[in-house]
Design a protein around this ligand. Structure first.
Ligand code: ZN
Length: 247
């Protein structure tokens, strides 16, 4: 791919050399690709303003000397989700959502469904008054489903018994009392129904359900621990997001 045009959203940015920026762009066709935007800090730079975290755009990219990193030639912005740049809580949540996406997907691994899920979440945070915790828990669960970690919730994941009492984070699903291990989080009927809804609903309707604060809290705690257990790592962006929430 010497020269490509790709539609995607910037999921990571960092300073690169003097006045340049290294971007990770989650594109439809090529997955997450790395690209350098040169001279972004010059006031006349056309690509500068568009080379920001969460800018959704058509990117003209060409391959440089380093085959793993593209160069940004031009950017045509579709949506920069500006309301997010003024809200540090929402912004830090997006950094975390981007981090778990990258951790699950890696580089150059196209996944249109996950890209849609990510865009839906960013959109809901920018333009709808959706609760942050709701967007977070739903994205965590949908991402895991789309990435091959769809949990079983209506029967024991180990033996198939219908009488489940807890969700086992490491086994990846509901468990009965005989099969529950040390990573088991208690389940109740409401929580099971909410999990089933999120897992099986159309992705476009993933945020279209009502849940009270207690249920959202239980969901949020479960999906977060599920992500961390299954991906087997911690995220500093998650700690940062939680710090922001407390401010
Ligand atoms: Zn069992």
């Amino acid at each position: 791919m010497a020269q490509i045009r790709a539609r995607g959203i910037i999921v990571k940015q960092s300073d690169y050399g003097e006045g340049h920026r290294m971007l990770s762009i989650f594109t439809e066709e090529y997955g997450i690709v790395k690209a350098v935007s040169y001279g972004v800090k010059k006031s006349k730079s056309k690509t500068g303003a568009a080379s920001q975290f969460l800018c959704y755009a058509d990117f003209d990219l060409y391959q440089g000397v380093n085959r793993d990193v593209m160069n940004v030639n031009s950017v045509e912005t579709i949506d920069a989700f500006y309301p997010l740049s003024e809200d540090i809580k929402k912004l830090s949540l997006c950094v975390y959502l981007a981090d778990i996406t990258y951790s699950l997907l890696g580089m150059n691994n196209p996944d249109e469904r996950i890209l849609r899920l990510f865009l839906n979440s960013v959109y809901a945070l920018a333009y709808r008054n959706t609760l942050l915790q709701k967007v977070k828990t739903v994205y965590e669960l949908k991402l895991m489903c789309a990435g091959g970690y769809m949990p079983t919730v209506n029967e024991c994941v180990s033996c198939g018994k219908k009488d489940v009492y807890a969700f086992d984070l490491s086994k990846g699903g509901a468990v009965c009392r005989e099969c529950g291990g040390k990573y088991a989080v208690p389940l109740n009927k409401t929580l099971i129904r909410a999990l089933e809804y999120i897992i099986s609903c159309d992705d476009k309707k993933m945020l279209a359900f009502n849940a009270g604060e207690d249920l959202l809290n239980s969901l949020a705690s479960l999906t977060e621990r599920y992500v961390l257990t299954q991906l087997d790592r911690q995220f500093s962006s998650l700690d940062y997001y939680k710090t922001m929430l407390e401010m």
